[in-house]
Design a protein around this ligand. Structure first.
Ligand code: NAG
Ligand code: NAG
Ligand code: NAG
Ligand code: NAG
Ligand code: NAG
Ligand code: NAG
Length: 536
C-alpha cells in the first residue's frame, strides 16, 4: 500500500508553494509512452465534479466547480459488445500503472474477453488535483465517498475518442479492478454503485483490497517477515531490538548515543527517528527509501531482492573483524551479553542507507529526521500528502510495534509517532479539520468491513502480504471465506503471495509460477461468469 522510493514522506516531488488556489488547467493532449511497442497512450481528462454530495453537511460550504481528472485507455483488444475494464489508479500517478494495460491483469482480461481497458487517476494524485494547493480545507473533498463517486460519474460520462458506439455505464458491463487502497475503493464502488447498490457498475475485482480500517496496525505488517524470513535473521533482529528497548527503558542515554553512532546516526535526536531509520530495510512507518518485504515479487521484472540481501548481510558467517567487534562493544550495558549480528546490521545501514543522504545532515527532514513541523505544514500538492491525509482521517493502520512477543522494530514506534505528522500537516482550517486522536474508522468500515459482500465483487489476496490482516482474507475475519456457488461472491487467497501479486503479468500465463498462473486463470473465469450473467 505504501509508496516506495519515497524518501522521508514529503522529500520527493515537493514543489514550491503556490499562492493561487482554484481548479487547475487541463493537461489534455499529452502522451505516455508504452513500454512495449505500439502507439503511445494519449492522456485524456474528464471534467469531474469536485463535490458529488451537495446536500451533505460534511462538505460545507460546497462547490459547483469541476477538476480535470486524467485517464488513458487501450482499445487494442476491444470488439463491439466487449466489456470495459476500469483500473482504479489509487495512491500513485497514472503513468506508474501502465504495466497493467501492457502485460498485467487488465491486458490479460481484455485479451480473454474482447474488452477495453482504462486507467483512471484518483483525485488528489498525479495531475488530477482539484486545487493548486492542498490546505486542510482544500483536502475536504479527499474522502472515500467522493473518490468512489468519481468512478461512477466517470463510467456514465466517459468519452473514448476513436471508439465506435456508446460504452457508457450502465449500457455496457463495466468491471472495476484495483489493488491495495484502490482495491478497497473498487470494493466500495461495486457495493455502492453495483448490483447491490445503484446498478450502474457491473462488477469488480478487489486485489489485496484494504477494506478494514483501524487506528494502529501491529498485527501483521512485520509478522510475515517474522514468520517467513530465515529464522536466524528474525531472531538476530529480535534480540538486537530487545536490547535497544532495554536501554530505552533504562533511560541509558549514554548507551543509546553509542548505539546510534554504531549506525553512523549519532546526529538523530529523536529516538523514534532512529528506530524508523534502522527499520527502513523492513519498511515503514509510512515510508521507506529502499525495497522491503512488500516489494518482493514473483517476477524479477517487478520485484526487488533488497530484503534478501539485507537478511543475508545480517546473518553472514565469518563477517569482517570490525563488524564482530561491534557485537561486543555494547555488552557492558547488557550484563555482558553480546549483540549478535549488530555489526552486520550497522554495516548494511551504513553502506546502503546513509548514502541516500548526500548532505550528511542526517537529522534534517530531507534525510532521516522528521521532527520539523514547518516542513509537514507545507501545503504544496503531492501524493504523499494526500495519502497521509487519508491515513489520518479515514484509513489509519499506523504501523507500530507489536504489544507483546518478539519484535523486528523498536517499541518506541507507537501511534503518537504517526499522529504527530498528521497534526503538523493538517492544522484545522476554516471549514475542515482532521480527527484529533486518529482516524474515524466508521467512514471506511461501514461499507461492510470483514463481512463485506457485494454482488459480482471478487476478492483476491496474498497469504504473505504485509497488509493481509486488513484485507478480506484477514486472519481476524470472523467467517470462513467461501465463494458462493452462484458466482456472485468469488474469493481466492493465493498461497505464498504478496501484495496484489495477481496484478502483474509477463505476457504468457503458461510461463508464470503455478499459483500466479492459476490465480490468473481463476480471474478470467470470474469475469467470464460475470459476463455470462450480463448476457442473461
Ligand atoms: C450512452 O448510454 C447511456 C446509458 O448506457 C445513456 O445514458 C446516454 O444517454 C448514452 N449517450 C449517448 C450520447 O447516446
Ligand atoms: C549484502 O548486500 C549486497 C547488496 O546490498 C549484496 O550484493 C551482497 O551479496 C550481500 N551480502 C551477502 C553476504 O549476502
Ligand atoms: C567495517 O569495515 C568496513 C570496511 O571499511 C565498513 O564498510 C563497515 O561499515 C565496517 N563495519 C562497521 C560495523 O562499521
Ligand atoms: C524545517 O523545514 C522547513 C521547510 O521545509 C525548512 O525551511 C527549515 O529549514 C527546517 N528547519 C529545520 C530546523 O531543519
Ligand atoms: C465518525 O463518522 C461517522 C459517520 O461515518 C459519524 O456518525 C461519527 O459521529 C463519527 N465519529 C466521531 C467520533 O466523530
Ligand atoms: C509460454 O510459456 C510456455 C511455458 O514456458 C512456453 O512453452 C511457450 O512457448 C510460451 N509461449 C510463448 C508465446 O512465448
Amino acid at each position: 500500500m505504501h509508496l516506495i522510493n519515497l524518501f522521508c514522506l514529503y522529500a520527493s516531488g515537493f514543489a514550491s508553494v503556490q499562492a493561487l488556489s482554484g481548479p487547475i488547467s487541463s493537461s489534455d493532449g499529452s502522451i505516455v509512452r508504452r513500454q512495449s511497442s505500439g502507439d503511445p497512450y494519449k492522456i485524456y481528462t474528464i471534467d469531474q465534479p469536485i463535490d458529488h454530495f451537495p446536500d451533505s453537511p460534511r462538505y460545507e460550504p460546497h462547490t459547483k466547480a469541476t477538476f480535470k481528472q486524467r485517464y488513458i485507455f487501450d482499445k487494442t483488444y476491444y470488439k463491439p459488445g466487449g466489456p470495459v475494464y476500469l483500473y482504479i489508479g489509487g495512491e500513485v500517478n497514472l503513468e506508474s500503472r501502465l504495466e497493467n494495460l501492457e502485460s498485467g491483469i487488465i491486458k490479460i482480461l481484455m485479451q480473454a474477453t474482447d474488452g477495453l481497458g482504462i486507467i483512471l487517476e484518483n483525485r488528489y494524485y498525479g495531475e488530477s488535483y482539484p486545487f493548486d494547493t492542498s490546505t486542510t480545507d482544500q483536502l475536504a473533498y479527499l474522502t472515500t465517498e467522493q473518490t468512489i463517486a468519481d468512478n461512477a460519474y466517470f463510467a456514465q460520462h466517459v468519452t473514448l475518442p476513436g471508439v465506435e458506439g456508446n460504452l457508457s455505464a450502465p449500457g455496457t458491463p463495466w468491471i472495476l479492478y484495483g489493488g491495495s487502497l484502490a482495491g478497497a475503493q473498487t470494493a466500495f464502488s461495486v457495493k455502492t454503485y453495483g448490483g447491490s447498490g445503484t446498478g450502474l457498475l457491473w462488477g469488480g475485482i478487489a486485489a489485496s483490497g484494504v477494506i478494514h480500517s483501524q487506528h494502529a496496525y501491529p498485527e501483521w505488517y512485520y509478522n510475515p517477515i517474522q514468520k517467513f524470513a530465515a529464522g536466524d535473521f528474525s531472531i538476530s533482529i529480535n534480540a538486537i531490538i530487545d536490547k535497544m528497548d532495554y536501554l530505552v527503558a533504562q533511560k541509558n542515554t549514554k548507551a543509546i548515543q553509542e548505539l546510534k553512532e554504531i549506525f553512523g546516526l549519532g546526529a538523530l535526536k529523536d529516538i523514534r527517528d532512529f528506530a524508523m531509520t534502522i527499520a527502513f530495510p523492513l519498511g515503514g512507518p509510512m515510508n521507506y527509501p529502499t525495497s522491503t518485504w512488500q516489494e518482493l515479487n514473483w517476477s524479477p521484472l517487478y520485484g526487488s531482492d533488497d530484503f534478501w540481501d539485507f537478511s543475508n548481510n545480517v546473518t553472514q558467517l565469518n563477517p569482517p573483524a570490525n563488524n564482530t567487534a561491534v557485537d561486543h562493544q555494547l555488552a557492558k550495558y547488557t550484563h555482558g551479553e553480546p549483540w549478535l549480528n549488530l555489526g552486520n546490521y550497522a554495516a548494511y545501514v551504513k553502506r546502503v542507507l546513509l548514502p541516500l543522504c548526500p548532505s550528511g545532515d542526517y537529522n534534517d527532514v530531507t534525510c532521516f529526521g522528521t521532527q520539523n513541523q514547518t516542513f509537514y505544514a507545507e501545503v504544496a500538492n503531492g501524493g504523499s500528502r494526500s495519502y497521509l491525509y487519508t491515513t489520518c482521517t479515514e484509513m489509519g493502520v499506523y504501523q507500530v510495534a507489536q504489544p507483546s512477543g518478539p519484535s523486528l522494530i523498536s517499541r518506541v514506534l507507537q501511534v503518537d509517532y504517526t499522529q504527530q505528522w498528521c497534526d503538523w500537516a493538517f492544522p484545522p482550517g476554516k471549514y475542515n479539520s482532521i480527527p484529533k486522536n486518529g482516524p474515524n474508522v466508521t467512514w471506511y468500515n461501514h461499507y461492510g468491513d470483514f463481512n463485506f459482500k457485494a454482488d459480482r465483487l471478487a476478492f483476491i489476496d496474498g497469504e504473505q502480504d504485509v497488509w493481509r490482516d486488513i484485507c478480506y482474507h484477514s486472519r481476524a475475519a470472523p467467517n470462513p471465506r467461501y465463494s458462493s456457488v452462484d458466482g456472485l461472491h468469488p474469493e481466492h487467497l493465493i498461497a505464498g503471495a504478496g501484495h496484489h501479486w495477481d496484478s502483474y503479468g509477463i505476457n504468457n500465463i503458461s510461463a508464470e509460477p503455478q499459483f500466479i498462473r492459476n490465480a490468473h486463470l481463476w480471474e478470467i473465469r470470474v469475469v467470464d461468469r460475470f459476463l455470462e450473467m450480463w448476457s442473461k
